[in-house]
Design a protein around this ligand. Structure first.
Ligand SMILES: Cc1cc2nc3c(=O)[nH]c(=O)nc-3n(C[C@H](O)[C@H](O)[C@H](O)COP(=O)(O)OP(=O)(O)OC[C@H]3O[C@@H](n4cnc5c(N)ncnc54)[C@H](O)[C@@H]3O)c2cc1C
Ligand code: FES
Length: 278
C-alpha cells in the first residue's frame, strides 16, 4: 500500500479527558479527507495553547472514526513533561495543529493470527491495528500489561478478547507481559507456527519481548518510541541501530534507520537492541 501524504491541519479539540490517574484520551476533529492512516503511524502535535515549545510531540494514532462528514482522531497519552502537560491542559473547543499521518506502521502477516501486546500507553496503536484487521484476521488476542490501576483503563470495542497482566496483581495475570505470554504458550493458546506478535510499549519491554519471540520462533513487529526531533527524516534525532542485511552493506546510513520515516514499526529481528536507548 502506498502511504498517504502527511499534511499539516488545524485540529479542533472535542474531548480531553482522564482515563486513569496517569493516562488521558484526547479527541480531535479533522478534515474528513485526512489520511487514511496505517495502523502504527503517528502524528506530530503542537502542544499549545500553553506551548512555547518549538518541536511538535509524536503520538501514535490510537483510533480514527468517521461519521457525519467528519473524522475524529483519538490519541491516548500520558502527561510526562512540559509538552504533554500543556496538551493535557487544552480544553474542548480550542484548536491546535498537527502533522500526519507519518511513519511506517504495522504490516500484518496474511494467514497468521495476530497477538497484540501493549505495555501501558503502548496499547494505543494496537487499537487501530485491531480495528483495521479484524475483518481479514477475525481471530486474535489483545494482551494489555500495566503496573497497576493507575495505568489500567477500559478499552472501548476492542477487536479481540483481552488478557490483562498487572505487576501488582490487582487485575488479571499477576506479573509482566512475558509471564503472561509464557503461560499462554504453555497452555497452547498461542503458537509460533500460526501466530504473529505486534507490540508497542516501553523500549525495555520491547527488547525483552523481541528476545522472547525470536527464541521461540514467533514473527514479531515492534513500534519503538525513540526520542524525536523533526519527525520527518531531517535531524537524525531518532536514529535506531539495525542489523544490516548483505545487500545493505555500504548503504549511506550505515547500520542506522530513522524511526520517524523507516519506522516507528520495525521487525523485532531487525533491531540491534544493544544500541537502543532504554
Ligand atoms: C512514534 C512515537 C509514538 C508515541 N506515541 C505516544 C502515545 O501514543 N502516547 C504517549 O503518551 N506518548 C507517546 N509517545 C511519547 C511522547 O511523544 C513523549 O512522551 C513526549 O514527546 C514527551 O514530551 P514532553 O514535552 O511532555 O516531555 P519531555 O519534557 O520532552 O520529556 C519528559 C520525559 O519523557 C521522556 N521522553 C520524551 N520523549 C520520549 C519518547 N519519545 N519516548 C520515551 N520517553 C520520552 C524524557 O526522556 C523525559 O524523561 C510517542 C513517541 C514516539 C516517538
Ligand atoms: S526525528 Fe528527525 S530524522 Fe527522525
Amino acid at each position: 500500500m502506498s502511504l498517504p501524504h502527511p499534511r499539516i491541519v488545524s485540529a479542533e479539540i472535542l474531548r480531553n479527558d482522564p482515563l486513569t490517574k496517569e493516562i488521558r484520551e484526547i479527541v480531535f476533529r479533522l478534515p474528513s479527507d485526512w489520511g487514511p492512516a496505517e495502523p502504527g503511524q503517528f502524528v506530530q502535535v503542537e502542544c499549545r495553547p500553553a506551548d512555547p515549545f518549538v518541536l511538535r510531540r509524536p503520538f501514535s494514532i490510537a483510533r480514527t472514526r468517521e461519521g457525519s462528514g467528519e473524522l475524529r482522531l483519538h490519541l491516548v497519552f500520558a502527561p510526562v513533561g512540559d509538552g504533554t502537560r500543556a496538551l493535557a491542559a487544552c480544553r474542548p473547543g480550542e484548536h491546535t495543529s498537527l502533522v500526519g499521518p507519518l511513519g511506517r506502521g504495522f504490516r500484518p502477516i496474511p494467514g497468521r493470527r495476530p497477538i497484540l501486546v501493549g505495555g501501558g500507553r503502548g496499547v494505543a496503536p494496537l487499537l487501530s491495528l485491531g480495528d483495521q484487521i479484524r475483518k481479514t484476521h477475525p481471530e486474535g488476542l489483545l494482551l494489555f500489561g500495566v503496573r497497576g490501576p493507575d495505568q489500567l483503563h477500559e478499552l472501548e470495542d476492542p477487536a479481540y478478547p483481552i488478557e490483562i497482566a498487572t505487576q501488582d496483581g490487582s487485575v488479571g495475570f499477576h506479573g509482566h507481559l512475558l509471564g503472561l505470554l509464557d503461560a499462554l504458550l504453555e497452555e497452547g493458546r498461542i503458537r509460533p507456527d500460526s501466530d504473529a506478535i505486534y507490540s508497542c510499549g516501553p523500549n525495555p519491554m520491547l527488547h525483552a519481548l523481541s528476545d522472547w519471540a525470536i527464541a521461540r520462533g514467533f514473527p514479531a513487529q515492534v513500534s519503538l518510541e525513540t526520542l524525536f526531533g523533526c519527525g520527518f527524516g531531517i535531524c537524525a534525532g531518532c536514529a535506531v541501530p539495525v542489523k544490516q542485511s548483505e545487500d545493505e552493506v555500504g548503504d549511506e546510513f550505515g547500520h542506522y534507520r530513522f524511526a520517524c520515516v523507516d519506522g516507528p514499526v520495525f521487525d523485532a529481528e531487525r533491531v540491534d537492541w544493544e544500541g537502543v536507548r532504554e
